[in-house]
Ligand binder design. Structure first.
Ligand code: 5GP
Ligand code: MN
Length: 338
């Protein structure tokens, strides 16, 4: 089978356009959104592999670095956490899984005007922030899925570390092939990679069975604290800086927690509000089916996807909690959810 045949019709034109755009780059910063998750890291890794195959100079950049649970993951180069001492003078950037300059981190956002940029993303909203080329397709389950098609259009086989990077992004953003975005395209692409040696079970095991004692303690305490709001349709849990310190846990240990709150019968929206500093809180929302938490997040300046969204509130925990619960209630009222 020709590699191009592995790209579904709907993605072909974008993939070929991006492969050409990659060929026009050199001295490239490859970056995704701050506090990268598995899709951000997987997409960055995949872009690195594509650039390497083209003989380009590139550097990987993530703020404030990759989470510890990805320590095992084979990235195609050092992940830089600052742009102060780049190994070359950057001229270009590939911006992944992110639709807004502010979410790239201050250092990179400030440099954008002097860089030739390509933006590849699957978040709703905007036309893309790339100066040279954009591919924003919310029908993709993961940015890593789009990067797989770029790699195919660039004539790369989806094997080895490149396949693992794409699988990492897909597993992360589909919740391990469970969320509504687990399309036939995703399964077809993954089946192709499995057929060529990609070990999904091993990857999942290395991602999942890595909990620290601190994380277990934190989750135990938070599960007890979670409260039901709006007649039981919302499950809410605030997380204070002090909670992390007391349990010996890290911010990233909250990854996956909000999904647990959605499991309760009758709950339509799960919400976690995490204190980042005394006047800055980050919220995470989850829903399922037609209930649109992106719209609720957008009421507060955030964004994301219909069933998984987030944002930042510049207020203390008490004020931010009230704002968040009010925005969720407004959205559920607007959608006619009892
Ligand atoms: P999480 O709750 O896991 O941090 O994020 C869930 C989804 O919401 C992700 O797709 C993420 O990209 C998006 N998201 C999280 N925080 C923000 C934010 O501050 N702004 C925007 N636009 N999207 C966000
Ligand atoms: Mn993503």
């Amino acid at each position: 089978m020709q590699r191009i045949d592995l790209i579904p019709q709907h993605f072909r034109q974008g993939a070929e356009r991006m492969a050409q755009a990659f060929r026009d780059l050199d001295q490239v910063i490859v970056a995704a959104h701050v506090n990268p998750d598995g899709d951000a890291a997987g997409a960055v890794a995949a872009a690195g592999h594509v650039l390497r195959s083209m003989g380009k100079e590139f550097m990987l950049y993530a703020q404030p670095g990759l989470p510890a649970y990805l320590d095992f993951f084979p990235m195609p180069g050092v992940v830089h956490t600052t742009l102060e001492h780049p190994p070359f003078k950057p001229r270009c950037a590939v911006l992944l899984d992110c639709g807004e300059p502010e979410r790239l981190g201050r250092e990179l956002a400030a440099r954008l005007p002097e860089l030739v940029t390509i933006n590849i993303d699957h978040h709703l909203g905007g036309d893309g922030m790339g100066s040279a080329a954009n591919w924003v397709d919310p029908t993709a389950a993961a940015t890593a899925q789009l990067m797989a098609y770029v790699a195919l259009a660039a004539e790369l086989p989806l094997t080895g570390d490149l396949a693992t990077a794409i699988a990492l992004g897909i597993i992360t953003d589909t919740g391990g092939f469970c969320h509504g975005n687990t399309s036939a395209d995703v399964l077809y692409l993954t089946a192709h990679m499995v057929e060529h040696g990609c070990d999904i079970a091993l990857l999942r095991e290395r991602l999942e069975n890595t909990w620290s004692r601190g994380r277990l303690t934190l989750w135990g305490q938070l599960l007890q604290r979670a409260s039901l709001e709006r007649r039981g349709s919302v499950c809410f849990c605030p997380v204070h800086l002090e909670d992390l310190r007391k349990c010996g846990a890290l911010k990233e240990d909250l990854e996956g927690f909000v999904e647990q709150l959605r499991r309760l019968r009758g709950v339509h929206v799960a919400a976690v509000l995490r204190e980042d500093s005394p006047n800055c809180c980050k919220f995470s929302l989850r829903s399922y089916g037609s209930i649109d938490v992106r719209a609720a997040a957008a009421r507060l300046g955030g964004g994301g996807h219909r069933n998984a969204a987030g944002g930042t509130l510049r207020a203390d925990m008490a004020v931010a909690s009230a704002q968040l619960l009010a925005a969720i209630a407004e959205e559920l009222d607007a959608e006619g959810v009892a």
